[in-house]
Design a protein around this ligand. Structure first.
Ligand code: MN
Ligand code: MN
Length: 306
């Protein structure tokens, strides 16, 4: 039975592309592996896979009796169900270390870079394995997506170098044009329900015993969301009522390089503790804030601690 390579819940382009790439690399290392996802892929990812002619992975949600490789996360709240009833062989990631543990030794490839696909590019190089052109293409898009075309504070020189090398392999001459095309697909909100939009890129965290959800929508122009804001606010109130302390939704304008944050919280004072901006629950503008991982989740984790 093939090893399953899987990323986090609510799969984004990096989670899917890095699972596909890691499955290719591990298979070529002699460990037969297959990429899967925990759920339906987002429109941006569908565009990327279609663009490079890569098949959409099958959905698998249970790890019982399976060998598993995780990409793009190490948090129990984001991982495949019953991971503890399977066997975790390896992790390829670029986030803070989560709360997953193992009974046996494992491979850990966890680097502080902007994208799991950047780590994976170095792994291909380490094992001297050629990256297929179509996989190079989706990995390149994953890096452009996670680093918001190099604008995010999470972006490193390693990410830029990886994009340059992957573009050559994939035969992409204008990476920024490809990035804009991809973000326009990601920005398309008309026709999607409020629930689809909130969960398109959403993560639950445990913050000092409080369940806190943070979603993010990245658009090329925030005014595209004006007509949807009331419905999005109502939706996060609903999600909060399902047993969470807070749900925050970041509406990130990638051209203005900041985020408007919608708030549903038992205690909106945590927003002031985290960002120094007072609110009774009305939305706040966070200038320069584009990264949930580096600029939002850590501030809230601290705010909930004290
Ligand atoms: Mn991800
Ligand atoms: Mn990622």
């Amino acid at each position: 039975m093939a090893i399953l390579v899987v990323g986090h819940k609510n799969p984004d382009t990096d989670t899917v592309a890095s699972a596909i790439g890691a499955a290719d690399l591990y298979s070529k290392r002699g460990m037969e592996a297959k990429a899967v996802t925990q759920g339906e892929i987002a429109p941006e990812t569908a565009f990327v896979l279609g663009k490079f002619g890569v098949a959409v992975p099958e959905i698998v949600t249970d790890a019982t009796d399976k060998q598993i490789i995780l990409v793009d996360h190490t948090d129990i709240s984001q991982t495949i169900d019953n991971l503890d009833k399977g066997e975790l062989l390896a992790v390829v990631d670029h986030h803070k270390l989560g709360d997953i543990t193992t009974a046996g030794p494992l491979e850990m490839w966890v680097w502080p870079v902007g994208c799991s696909a950047t780590v994976l590019k170095s792994m291909y190089d380490f094992y001297n394995v050629e990256i297929p052109a179509n996989i190079a293409g989706i990995m390149l898009c994953a890096i452009l997506s996670d680093t918001v075309m190099f604008k995010s504070v999470t972006c490193t020189d390693a990410d830029k170098a990886a994009v340059e090398a992957l573009a050559k392999i994939a035969g992409v001459s204008d990476v920024m044009a490809l990035g804009m095309e991809m973000f326009k697909v990601k920005s398309a909100v008309d026709g999607a329900s409020a629930s689809e939009l909130v969960f398109r890129d959403y993560k639950d965290f445990d913050m000092s015993g409080n369940k806190v959800g943070i979603g993010q929508l990245e658009v090329v122009d925030l005014s595209m969301l004006d007509a949807h804001k009331a419905a999005l606010q109502a939706e996060i109130e609903k999600v909060k009522a399902e047993g969470r302390h807070s749900v925050f939704l970041l509406l990130t304008d990638i051209m203005k390089e900041g985020s408007e944050m919608l708030i549903a919280s038992d205690d909106p004072a945590v927003v002031e503790k985290a960002f120094g901006i007072a609110t009774k629950g009305e939305p706040v503008w966070l200038d320069g804030v584009m990264s949930r991982k580096k600029q939002v989740a850590p501030n809230f984790i601290k705010a909930f601690e004290g």
